[in-house]
Design a protein around this ligand. Structure first.
Ligand SMILES: O=P(O)(O)OC[C@H]1O[C@H](O)[C@H](O)[C@@H](O)[C@@H]1O
Length: 556
């Protein structure tokens, strides 16, 4: 599949865009003096006006420092930037990743099968993945000594780790209907600190390693994969090819590199250049998710995302969730100068959501050069960090409540928790814990928004006990955390990132900033091993390298 060239796209800088931008700046001059407590007091219908429900998600932006008028002005900016044409271009397979000459067609991976049985590489790979999943879950996939697989280790990093990790943990309560699912583990860090203790616990005879890497050149992944291979070969010294055949699956866009590494052709799952790494959990990179929730569950995840794809293309902008969330972030960053955003899931199952969103957003939109090759003179992506909300309350909420900086907060929770987890399904206290958690979520966003005015404190309260409030937030409530809802949520974020990139005039699908770091790290290995090349370094790096070298064991 080749990318269609970009066509009919308006230039980024037009008179209409300049006018829309100026109108927003003037509007922001007033908005800077607004307090959320006043906005709520003045408009009893504020929630109704500033919330939306679609795809099983309720999105409430009424605690953002904006009004319906603000949104209208932001939509005018989006129209002037040609957002409608860009959306069309994305879904027509246009070359939206212009620095790499590629389309970005992650949405293709979640389209339903074509009716006439035309050859479809996406469905072919899904079918291959399904066969592998079924063999593992049914116990038919055997290790080299004939044992069924009990543990699967996903070895990957970045997009080949964060998405599958986030979704597998989020959905772990959704057991597959058939078979016995293996324990699924994730190893990403290049220093061996994850893989070493994990291998100590595992039985090589019943362990399957999934080497996940779009490029199949990422040193973090290949070094962990080599350690796993060594562990297996030492356990079965006489097995030769059977170790690779029975204990390794590869997922990549580069089949020839997988073969070169030793992954058997039958154990290779493919995806394509037009799927960005951080957009790849819908492809065979999602194998750990399918092993956790079964293939039916995985298809539900795809269906939820597909529903959001259609919503993004079809819903008018007033009712379009990705457009709405994209515009809110642009408002906060570019017009209210709020440069930080905290991602706060109130659900331990979503504990990896912040890390996933950090990569999705900051690797996509942490850019400063526009389509004309010009350096932009405005901020793009905010700094994003996060943590499971209830735990963050005991860590950094102090700064949110009484620090000096504005931070846009993003609360995420499941309205209902339908537990399907063995005996615990019957436990009344667990239901109470769910309500307790939601109560904290709602109480925190309320206090952050209204400050003292959420409380019945009198004027005599000392300053150090006061709450300024006016800290803006969005609350996203999933009706329930199911594969379908999570699929919709992730697709919502992917499209939101695209909307923002269009408004900022940047390419969200490349990551050139990461490349150079990888390259110069290679040269540094030599410096640390032999000292060669140290002379050309700056004084700080040279001294640090010498310090490290002096502390290595003598027999190295
Ligand atoms: O899947 P791989 O090719 O191994 O790449 C893994 C990761 O490598 C780099 O860090 C890129 O910046 C990420 O976007 C990518 O997800």
């Amino acid at each position: 599949m080749t990318a269609a060239p970009l066509h009919d796209l308006p230039p980024h800088h037009t008179d209409a865009a300049r006018d829309a931008d100026r109108a927003l700046r003037e509007h922001a001059e007033q908005a800077r003096h607004w307090h959320l407590a006043d906005l709520f007091a003045e408009d009893p219908r504020r929630f109704e006006t500033l919330s939306l429900h679609a795809g099983g998600l309720l999105v409430d932006i009424s605690k953002q420092r904006l009004t319906a008028d603000t949104l209208e002005k932001l939509r005018a900016l989006a129209a002037a930037r040609g957002l409608d044409t860009w959306i069309r271009c994305l879904f027509e397979g246009g070359e939206v990743n212009w620095t790499e000459g590629r389309a970005a067609m992650h949405w293709r991976l979640r389209q339903p099968p074509r009716p006439q049985g035309e050859p479809d590489p996406v469905q072919e790979q899904l079918a291959r993945m399904e066969r592998i999943v079924k063999r593992i879950l049914s116990g038919q996939w055997r290790g080299c000594e004939g044992d069924a697989i009990t543990d699967v280790v996903n070895v990957g990093v970045g997009g080949s780790d964060l998405g599958p990790l986030m979704a597998s943990v989020a959905l772990h309560e959704n057991h597959p209907r058939e078979g016995r699912r293996p324990r699924v583990h994730f190893v990403s860090s290049m220093d061996g600190s994850q893989i070493a203790p994990l291998l100590d616990e595992l039985n090589p005879a019943t362990t399957l390693i999934v080497v996940s890497s779009k490029s199949f050149t990422t040193v973090d992944t290949l070094s962990n994969a080599a350690t796993a291979r060594c562990w297996l070969e030492q356990a079965f010294p006489k097995m030769n090819g059977a170790v690779l055949r029975c204990h390794f699956v590869g997922v990549s866009a580069k089949p020839e590199r997988m073969s070169e590494w030793g992954i058997h052709e039958d154990n290779q799952l493919l995806f394509w250049d037009w799927v960005g790494g951080r957009y790849s959990l819908w492809s065979a990179i999602g194998l750990p998710i399918a092993l956790t929730i079964g293939m039916d569950g995985f298809r539900e995840l795809l269906a939820g995302a597909n529903e959001m794809d259609r919503h993004f293309q079809e819903a008018p902008w007033e009712k379009n969730l990705p457009v709405l969330l994209g515009l809110v972030d642009v408002w906060n960053l570019n017009f209210l100068d709020i440069t930080a955003r905290a991602v706060l899931p109130y659900d331990g199952r979503l504990k990896h959501w912040p890390a996933y969103v950090e990569q999705l957003e900051m690797e996509s939109n942490g850019k400063s050069v526009d389509r004309d090759g010009e350096v932009v003179d405005y901020h793009t992506c905010p700094v994003i960090w996060g943590e499971v909300g209830p735990n963050a309350q005991h860590a950094f909420y102090q700064l949110l409540h009484q620090g000096t900086q504005p931070v846009a907060c993003e609360f995420l929770a499941a309205a209902r928790h339908g537990r399907r987890n063995g005996n615990s399904a019957e436990l009344q206290p667990l239901e109470e814990q769910h309500i307790l958690t939601l109560a904290n979520c709602l109480a925190q966003s309320r206090l952050l928004a209204l400050g003292d005015r959420a409380l019945a404190e009198d004027d005599g309260t000392p300053t150090h006990k006061r709450y300024r409030g006016n800290q803006p937030s969005t609350t996203l409530l999933l009706d329930e955390l199911t594969p379908r809802h999570l699929g919709a949520l992730v697709a919502l974020y992917e499209h939101k990132v695209f909307v923002q990139a269009v408004l900022w005039g940047i390419n969200p699908f490349d990551q050139w900033g990461v490349e150079m770091g990888k390259k110069i790290a290679k040269d540094m290995i030599q410096v640390l091993e032999s000292g060669a090349g140290a002379d050309g370094l700056d004084a700080s790096t040279r001294a640090l390298a010498a310090y490290v070298r002096e502390r290595q064991p003598d027999d190295r």
